[in-house]
Design a protein around this ligand. Structure first.
Ligand code: GLN
Length: 205
C-alpha cells in the first residue's frame, strides 16, 4: 500500500462532503465513490449518513451492490455512520421490505430507533479505542444496535442515566474485524478521532 492509503466515501447520497473533509485531516487520499472502477481503487470505504433506503436503491442503480458485497467479503475495511451503519448490518428492524443489507457486521439494528418525535439526540460517549476523553455524539434519526453476534465488539453504549431516556445503555458503536460502525455522526462535530481509528484499520489491512 502507498504511504497514503486511498479511502473512498460512498457518494450516492448523504453527508459525503463532511466525511471527505474528516478523512483529509487523517493523512489519506479521500475520494468520492460512485462507480465500480472507483471502488476498485479504494483501500477502505466510508458509508455516510443519509437515508439507508435511498442509498440501498442507488447501490443497485449504480451497479455497486454486488461489487461492494464482494470487496467486503474479501476483507476491505469499511466504516458506516448512521445510515451507513444500517447498510452494513446483517439485519434491520423497521426498515423497508426491499431494503438491501450488506451483511458486513453480524448485528441487528433498529432504524429510526431514537424516536420519531425527537429527531435528534446528543450524548457524551466513552468509545473503546478512542483516547483523549469522551466523544460528543450527535444522533440524527439514528439507528441503535439491538443485538450483536459473537465476534462483534461493542465499542460504545449510550450512558445508562435518566437523561438518556429510552436510549439508555443502547449499543451505538461496534466493530467486527476491520468493519466499524457508529449510530452517530463524527463527521459533523469536527472531531476526527473516529475517522483516525478507522484509518488505523485501513493502514493495518
Ligand atoms: N434514518 C435514516 C435511515 O434510515 C438514517 C439517518 C441518518 O443517517 N442521519 O437511513
Amino acid at each position: 500500500m502507498p504511504a497514503q492509503p486511498v479511502v473512498g466515501v460512498l457518494a450516492l447520497q448523504g453527508d459525503v462532503r463532511e466525511h471527505l473533509v474528516s478523512l483529509a485531516a487523517c493523512d489519506v487520499l479521500a475520494r468520492p465513490v460512485r462507480r465500480p472502477e472507483e471502488l476498485a481503487e479504494c483501500d477502505g470505504l466510508v458509508l455516510p449518513g443519509g437515508e439507508s433506503t435511498t442509498m440501498s436503491r442507488l447501490l443497485e442503480t449504480f451497479e455497486l451492490l454486488e461489487p461492494l458485497r464482494k470487496r467486503l467479503a474479501d476483507g476491505m475495511p469499511a466504516y458506516g455512520s448512521c445510515a451507513g451503519m444500517i447498510l452494513l448490518a446483517g439485519q434491520v428492524l423497521d426498515g423497508r421490505a426491499d431494503q438491501q443489507q450488506l451483511g458486513a457486521i453480524d448485528m441487528v439494528v433498529r432504524r429510526n430507533a431514537f424516536g420519531r418525535q425527537v429527531d435528534s439526540f446528543e450524548s457524551e460517549l466513552d468509545v473503546t479505542g478512542i483516547p483523549g476523553g469522551p466523544v460528543h455524539a450527535v444522533f440524527i434519526r439514528a439507528p441503535w444496535v439491538e443485538s450483536v453476534a459473537d465476534g462483534v465488539e461493542v465499542l460504545a453504549r449510550v450512558p445508562d442515566i435518566p437523561a438518556s431516556g429510552d436510549a439508555a445503555g443502547r449499543i451505538v458503536a461496534v466493530r467486527q474485524g476491520s468493519v466499524l460502525a457508529t449510530s452517530f455522526h463524527p463527521e459533523l462535530t469536527g472531531d476526527e478521532r473516529v475517522h483516525r481509528l478507522f484509518v488505523e484499520t485501513v493502514r493495518a489491512a
